[in-house]
Design a protein around this ligand. Sequence first.
Ligand SMILES: [Zn+2]
Length: 267
Amino acid sequence: MADRGPRSRVIPIAAVLLLAVVAGDLARRALVRPAAPSGAISPRAAAVPDSAAGRAASAAGDRGVAASAALTAPLDDATRTAALQRIDRDGADTYLPAMLSADDSALHRWSDDRAERPVRVAVLRDAVPGFHDTFFANVGWAITRWNAVGLPIYLEQVADTAGADIVLTWADRLDSNRTGRADVTWGRSGWLVHVHVTLATHTPDGREVTPREMVALALHELGHALGLGHSPLVADALYPETSAADLTARDRRTALLLYALPPGSLK
Ligand SMILES: [Zn+2]
């Protein structure tokens, strides 16, 4: 009996985190919209849908939203009111309102102390078919672009998964017609805990991803890893079928607004 106490405390915590992963995936599936031609750079080459854009989805949508909403603790009334007023005031030129309406009305992000204690991003060099060192450099550049936004956190690229907060690995191809995915885990309070990003070296139809597309994919999935949802506007890095060569001003404004708000459910 003596050792049952600690174990019984551990299990519920693990269960909450696991459920958050599942709910996150479902919620992202809920975001799916019909694929619009993106075409800013090259319509064909630009089609690099990620997990959030997965085709899965229309059917799974509402259930995912409901499950996820139940898992993120609501803000107290005063904090919620202040957050909604801030979004009303500063959210017009961002996709944060779109994130809230599509993503269970909950916000998730890394905590404010992650500037002094950087968010460690382990970028591995996996020996998967089609992997090039250029892709590694593409991801490194995407990390510098997010760091240049001026968020109150800092992404530190590391080579070792030990102690990493975000782990980025590679795959030859991904299932469900995706080219990238981000599995995001948060605690009940809404603070991000861990993210696993997977980038594919080939598109679902078997074509090698170009370095330019890898930049777009890395910017996009790292945006999810920071807590962002999808933008409805084609130019943005967080558009589901992005072809963005860099973050847009709207990507930056949305991330800055997210990190000016407390995490939690705004329902
Ligand atoms: Zn996405």
